[in-house]
Design a protein around this ligand. Structure first.
Ligand SMILES: Cc1cc2nc3c(=O)[nH]c(=O)nc-3n(C[C@H](O)[C@H](O)[C@H](O)COP(=O)(O)O)c2cc1C
Ligand code: SF4
Length: 520
């Protein structure tokens, strides 16, 4: 047999969903039949979803990419010289030079798709555990200060400074503290958490371990969306391997300090992503939002001081510790420092993960990266920041994507999900959907959300049926005011964002010849 050539076929859910396993099996069978030695590695995804399954071949000139590959393509690809990285209609040349990837600023996702997700050796060879090792050599308060200085803000949605949260937990005395990772990832069009857990799980484990040691927590939980079976399996496997190798457990890297980490399968409700409902759910109760204060940092899981952060927040920490706060802070604009793994989804030609420093514009994301709509029709509406996010009109597509610039026009960056709609979208239907979603997902604790969302659906139905339309439009605005001001959490408090932005910017879809008031 010839020298084994390394070929990578992703094991990420997005690749599996379009047949990656069948491609891997066919490659193996076909190479065996031809007497070709193959070293098949199942890597994470590069995040170029429109090219999945993306097959990469190691050559002396680096990795060469082919995609999207079907099992039927495999014999032809081998005939054409796939194992030598030869040209082919499905070929894209060196992976790193694919413009979609080359134009990104990958910090958090630097390893994504490069490594075998479960290989500890691969992780270590790619800067893995460098942050934890440095943290272990520093006083705890200096670790927290490094995170504070990096400017990292929570990537789950609310953008609260991560270092401040950690400092509160560090300074709250308690015999037991907890680290909780919010991996419920309920926002529409988002998958960066899932990709991290499936494609680079040790990065999350390392970030949580650094947090635990810094604030004095000895137990941690990752609360993972129940619809993520592959992420749950990969994470469980990674935790077992990390523990066996001494990165987790009762004596982290011989420091004499303990951190025990476990995975918990989430309850399957959007509201269980809200941090206090999540804590209730972790405690085995129904996921109902708790009133704040007390903050989870002071009275969190089982009433103890708890750091609760999103997957990407924790995953950003190893690099911050390894390279220093200044390196991270140098990316971004204003108070939005570092990078954001943005997720392009919906009706978009080139959907995928784009990590860029804050300050990139929506127009660059939609066209330079996304290539416009998949349908080829004009883009009509873009929802940024999940199901509670604003529909951003074209007049705002050149605004730099940063927390403050978006807040200034009533937008939200959230978890970085972007869902694109073409000109066939009916914005009144989408507004109705937002209210209906809230009605279904509301935890029911407060009236504006529980009752308001149901009334909202009815009012929008009357608007579209032209039943006393002008009065109903006014009623919808009053209702949204009440939800905005009177809801206990952002579920009811932000549902008006998509509803009002649809009404403001697309009045014709509500049967209004002219806007009922000037849009923001
Ligand atoms: C209805 C609702 C759903 C949420 N879902 C998520 C989620 O799926 N993942 C997440 O990280 N944060 C979610 N959040 C935000 C969390 O409440 C919280 O801000 C976050 O876990 C804090 O972590 P961070 O500071 O690292 O962002 C949600 C908030 C609300 C109101
Ligand atoms: S706003 Fe909705 S989800 Fe949030 S506490 Fe009130 S009822 Fe529950």
């Amino acid at each position: 047999m010839s020298t084994a050539i390394t070929v990578r076929v992703p094991r990420d859910s997005a690749a599996l969903a379009v047949g990656a396993d069948a491609v891997a099996a066919t490659l193996q069978a076909e190479c065996a039949r031809r007497g070709l030695a193959l070293n098949l590695v199942r890597n994470g995804s590069r995040g170029l979803f429109w090219l999945e399954p993306l097959v990469e071949v190691s050559t002396s000139a680096g990795r060469v990419a082919y995609g999207p590959v079907t099992p039927e393509d495999v014999p032809g690809l081998l005939d054409a010289g796939l194992l030598q990285g030869a040209p082919h209609a499905l070929g894209h040349g060196p992976t790193e030079q694919i413009p979609y990837l080359a134009k990104q600023e990958r910090l958090c996702f630097a390893r994504m798709g490069l490594t075998d997700p479960l290989s500890l050796a691969d992780y270590e060879a790619h800067e893995g555990w460098a942050g934890l090792r440095r943290a272990l050599a520093m006083p705890d308060a200096a670790v927290v200060d490094e995170v504070l200085q990096s400017g990292l803000r929570g990537r789950g949605g609310a953008a609260f400074p991560t270092g401040i949260k950690w400092k509160t937990v560090m300074n709250t005395p308690s015999a037991q503290k907890y680290i909780v990772c919010n991996a419920d990832e309920g926002d529409s069009g988002t998958y960066s958490d899932r990709m991290t857990m499936e494609g680079d799980p040790y990065m999350l484990i390392e970030g949580m371990t650094i947090a635990a040691l810094a604030v004095g927590a000895t137990r941690g939980y990752v609360y993972v969306r129940s619809e993520y079976p592959h992420a749950i399996a990969t994470l469980n496997d990674a935790i077992a391997r990390a523990e066996a190798a001494g990165f987790l457990g009762s004596d982290v890297l011989g420091s004499g300090r303990a951190f025990h980490l476990q995975v918990r399968k989430a309850a399957g409700a959007y509201v269980c992503g809200e941090e206090t409902a999540l804590l209730e759910s972790l405690e085995g109760k129904r996921g109902i939002v708790r009133a704040k204060p007390p903050l989870p940092a002071i009275e969190g899981l089982f009433g103890q001081p708890t750091v609760i952060n999103n997957v990407i927040s924790f995953a950003s920490v190893p690099l911050i510790l390894a390279r220093g706060a200044a390196h991270y802070r140098d990316y971004g604009v204003g108070r939005s420092m570092g990078t954001l793994p943005i997720q392009l989804a919906g009706n978009v030609k080139r959907g995928g993960l784009v990590e860029k420093a804050f300050g990139v514009t929506l127009r660059e994301l939609l066209y330079d990266f996304g290539g416009g709509t998949a349908s080829g029709r004009p883009i009509k509406a873009v929802q940024v920041g999940g199901p509670l996010g604003t529909y951003v009109p074209e007049s705002k597509w050149d605004v730099p994507l940063d927390y403050e610039a978006y807040a200034a026009f009533g937008g939200v960056v959230g978890h970085g999900g972007i869902v694109v709609h073409d000109d066939t979208a009916d914005m009144a239907k989408l507004a109705r959907y937002a209210m209906e979603f809230c009605a279904i997902e509301s935890c029911g604790k407060c009236t504006p959300c529980r009752i308001g969302s149901t009334r909202g659906v009815e009012v929008i139905d009357r608007i579209t049926a032209n039943v006393n339309r002008p009065a109903q439009v006014k009623l919808l605005r009053d209702l949204c005011d009440t939800m905005l001001a009177g809801s206990l959490c952002a579920m009811g408090g932000m549902t008006p964002y998509p509803v009002l932005s649809a009404l403001d910017h697309y009045p014709e879809d509500f049967g209004l010849a002219t806007p009922d008031r000037a849009a923001a």
